[in-house]
Design a protein around this ligand. Sequence first.
Ligand code: HPA
Length: 236
Amino acid sequence: MKAIIGGTGIDKDKRFLDGTEHIVTRYGEAYYTVLDDIVYLPRHSPGHSVPPHMINYKANVQALVDLGVDSVISIYAVGSITRRLSPGRFGLVKDFIDLAFSRANTFYDGSTREVRHVPFVEPFDRKLGALFARTAVESGYSLAVDSVYITTNGPRLETPAEIVAYRNLGADIVGMTLGTEAALLKEAGIRNAAVAYSINWAAGLDAEGISFLEDESIERLVGEIMSIAVKTLSKL
Ligand code: HPA
């Protein structure tokens, strides 16, 4: 089984909203829809009702494990810190820095008495990412590659000084969810390719303050990414 995890903006896609099923895992409950052998999991729950720092990431990932999912394309709305992935574009995430705190972010939390340190030299599945990139190019789209995502705790947005610091740390894009989710997907042994799309310049980089893409531009981007993601997964 294959899955798409969608977040801000993309979870308005009707595949995340229609016929949502409910599952109770050992870590709590999660929601999803299955259509043509693909599981659609709205990261923030139906109706985008849970903020990033309150998401039950372990329940979401355990739901995928319980449903027999082995391959995931995870999709994230982000702010741009560098020009590697500018607002209005999408691309693959190569690596991440995780600054989130006070979240249940590991399956090896001591409760099972198993001490494990999963290697993260390759946080994402290279082959699945390459297949997504090839499918995007075949469909006539260009995409950014090799972005580094920094995960903040949120829900507040960053200060300009924080964004300068994050750029100096090597981050290209900023968001509030990927680090936690990607860590759990990898610990669970699920192949994961992460796709980010940028909806704004991060704090301090835009003379206007923070301005987000118009709804129509977001809808177009989200439509493109979803069609590429579905095509990619159907090739597996
Ligand atoms: N910061 C954090 N998360 C985000 C942003 C941002 O600027 N844009 C979209 N998600």
